[in-house]
Design a protein around this ligand. Structure first.
Ligand code: GAL
Length: 507
């Protein structure tokens, strides 16, 4: 592969000038596709989030029950294993995971003066984390080198205040640039412990703050001596850095190839695997669960071996924000490339087509609303969910508008992504103008995306035979959260240019 990407990533890491994803100019006030389709949640409690969650035995556990509805809500958990406790007012579960491997089914309950809700949840104690794709926020595509501890704390606050956490978003992840930059010595203390830069005066306090909200914290480093933006990497300090990250309380690590390319060329699979296996083995030994995100742009077909080195998700392509547009918006090109690896995704091991770049995005000085049309944004989120991709928003948390939140926070759409069967959808039909993607779901139903890749409205159809169904089936529009009725043999819809109709088809 792909020297170009390695180079682009290494060079662009520092200077990524955001060329987000679309050939279109800035959105017009009259963008009629920017219609909010997702109904607002009701005042009564409705519990969202994954139905299964993996932890290692005896590790610290933290989980905030995602639930919409008017607060105050009172939470309870039936069947909560010993060692764990739920805070009734916040719905935050804390404690230590059971020491014995196994499945621990429980029922979440939520009540307010408008009603009540219950939801089944299984804690799976074993060796597999990220049984469903991780959900959260990463700062890269808005803060770049400008990231500060304050931004991270504010992002955690906004994840709660905006309601995102009520839909299952939980990781608040720092990307590159939290450590010292080349030349800014000392990089490490006398014992070799890595030193955050002046913008992170209290990194442990920051993680505690994020945890206090019931959320999880992530960070970034490189197996090379330097990160892509020219900050200190972990080469030669892998054990110490991992134990430092664990001691600070981090729950997620993005491990970005960057200058490791000077140590080993990427074409040789063994060389490409080596640093990831080293860190994967080290992470497993830590005193807390750390979800492991491989970032090496798809070299050596990482989807074929990412799981074997302990990876929970791996970037399959170069940076989405650097993907130049020609005939298709960058996210569509990246998404189509990622779609080819559907066979490799499974619980705990996900293909990662990069972040969700919507809302306000861009480097300091050139931040702007995404140039994507509303329809393109529906397409983006639908594809990511059908592909069981990590749902990591990377726009500005301080400028979330209603349309962006409508894209990010539709519980029925997210449920497709988080489905416990853990299958990645596959493309069953594609022409230059249209695409149909189908994802098998745990309950036997199918999520189907009818995509119009062209620039004029188009009818796109699905034959139930292609879903393994015959005769009649029920069709529900997931963006509108509306049953469309029962259909025989086939369903067709008129789809906006570059838009999607996302349905769930139930036999
Ligand atoms: C790139 C990576 C981006 C971002 C950047 C930081 O290599 O793909 O997602 O992490 O480095 O410098």
């Amino acid at each position: 592969m792909n020297k170009r990407w390695i180079l682009t990533a290494a060079l662009m890491g520092a200077f990524s000038v955001l060329s987000v994803a679309s050939p279109a100019a800035a959105p017009q006030a009259a963008d009629r596709s920017k219609v909010i389709l997702t109904p607002k949640p009701g005042p009564e409690p409705n519990i969202n989030g994954p139905k299964v969650f993996g932890v290692r035995p005896g590790r610290p556990f933290l989980y905030r029950i995602p639930c919409t509805g008017e607060r105050p809500i009172s939470f309870a958990v039936k069947g909560l294993p010993g060692g764990l406790a739920v805070d009734a007012a916040s719905g935050i579960i804390t404690g230590t995971a059971p020491a014995a491997a196994g499945r621990y089914p429980m029922t979440f309950a939520a009540r307010n003066d408008k009603g009540s809700a219950e939801r089944e949840f299984v804690l799976v104690v074993g060796d597999t984390l990220a049984l469903t794709p991780p959900m959260g926020w990463n700062d890269w595509y808005i803060h770049y080198e400008g990231i500060t501890e304050k931004h991270m704390r504010e992002a955690a606050e906004t994840m709660i205040a905006s309601g995102m956490a009520d839909y299952g978003y939980m990781y608040v992840n720092i990307d590159d640039c939290w450590m010292k930059k080349k030349g800014e010595t000392p990089y490490r203390d006398g014992k070799g412990v890595i030193l955050p830069n002046a913008k992170f005066p209290d990194i442990k306090g920051m993680v505690d703050f994020i945890h206090g909200k019931g959320l999880r914290a992530g960070l970034y480093t490189s197996p090379g001596p330097w990160t892509c933006a020219g900050y200190v990497g972990s080469q030669g300090y892998e054990e110490l850095d991992a134990s430092t990250f664990a001691a600070w309380g981090f729950d997620f690590l993005k491990y970005d190839w960057c200058s490791y390319g000077d140590t080993a060329a990427g074409e040789d699979r063994e060389k490409a695997m080596k640093p990831y296996k080293l860190m994967g083995d080290i992470l497993k030994k830590q005193s807390r669960d750390i979800v492991y995100n491989l970032c090496q742009y798809g070299m050596s077909n990482v989807w074929e071996w990412g799981g074997s080195v302990g990876g929970n998700c791996w970037r399959t392509t170069g940076d989405l924000g650097n993907e130049a547009s020609d005939t298709l918006p960058g996210f569509l090109k990246i998404g189509l490339s990622n779609a080819g690896h559907f066979a490799q995704a499974k619980p705990g091991q996900w293909n990662d087509p990069d972040y969700i770049l919507i809302g306000w995005v861009g480097n300091t000085g050139e931040q702007r609303p995404t140039p994507l049309t509303g329809d393109e944004q529906y397409t983006y989120m639908s594809m990511w969910c059908l592909m069981a991709a990590p749902l990591i928003f990377s726009g500005d948390m301080s400028k979330l508008d209603d349309f962006t939140l409508n894209i990010l926070c539709n519980n029925e759409v997210i449920e497709i992504d988080q489905d416990a069967l853990g299958k990645q959808g596959r493309i069953i039909r594609k022409t230059p103008d249209e695409m149909v993607m189908v994802k098998e779901l745990e309950d036997g139903s199918r999520a189907v995306g009818l995509f119009n890749l062209g620039v004029t409205p188009k009818d796109v159809s699905i034959s139930f035979r292609d879903l393994g169904f015959s005769g009649k089936a029920g069709v529900r529009d997931l963006w509108r959260q509306k049953n469309l009725g029962n259909f025989r043999d086939t369903y067709a819809a008129r789809v906006n240019p570059r838009g999607v109709i996302l349905v769930r088809v139930t036999k």
